[in-house]
Design a protein around this ligand. Structure first.
Ligand SMILES: [Zn+2]
Length: 213
């Protein structure tokens, strides 16, 4: 079996996703890029019960290279991220409470905090609704995220976060959920004050530097 260490890493972050309440039960999924394609969590197995051999090795077109389990239903979203963005080596798809509320209301989350712009990008936009698991949802997610953000909301569903590695994608996922919470509190206090243009430009440059470094 290839990629033992990578499979263990994918499982570690899938368990962390659940432990951090970024998703519930077997919903969501985690993957990382490897030379042959991507390693992704299997469908319907509780995260804490997944063994390395249960993870699926897919080529970027979705062909199963190794693994007897069914790959996560959202694997097309992951693969589209890898195809569209050479800087992306890890993808986390999750359904955290507050971020999912933004996805349900179809309200984008702007970069209203300093750190947010550096790690998450200019805005978490909302990809048009499409049925879970389809090519349409995968394309819509990647097109809507673009190259200026590392996260996107899936309308009436959840979010997709990307990073140069799993630690980076997890950091983005946590920032988005926390940012969504802070945004709600800020709205109750009258709404966020817009950041100065030169700060926004600086964060955009730092974001692009980290992304393409
Ligand atoms: Zn989902």
């Amino acid at each position: 079996m290839k990629y033992q260490a990578e499979r263990e890493l994918v499982i570690k972050y899938a368990v962390e996703m659940e432990d951090r309440d970024l998703t519930v039960g077997t919903s969501g999924n985690v993957s990382m890029r490897v030379d042959d394609g991507a390693i992704i969590t299997p469908s319907t197995i509780p995260y804490k019960e997944i063994r390395p051999e249960d993870c699926c090795l897919l080529d970027l077109e979705g062909g199963v290279l190794e693994g007897e389990k069914i790959p996560s239903v959202e694997h097309k979203v992951h693969l589209e991220c890898y195809k569209a963005r050479s800087d992306v080596n890890a993808v986390i798809h999750a359904h955290p409470t507050v971020a999912s509320a933004f996805a349900a209301a179809r309200i984008p989350l702007p970069a209203f905090l300093d750190e947010f712009g550096v790690y998450v990008g200019d805005e978490v936009r909302v990809a048009e609704y499409a049925i879970s698991g389809t090519v349409e949802i995968a394309k819509s997610a990647v097109d809507t995220m673009g190259e200026t953000a590392n996260a996107v909301f899936l309308a009436s569903h959840g979010m997709v976060c990307v990073g140069r590695d799993l630690a980076g994608a997890m950091h983005v996922a946590r920032q988005v959920e926390r940012g969504a919470q802070i945004y709600l509190w800020t709205k109750m206090l009258g709404g966020p004050v817009d950041l100065p243009e030169d700060s926004k430009n600086l964060f955009a440059q730092v974001f692009a530097f980290y992304r393409t470094r």
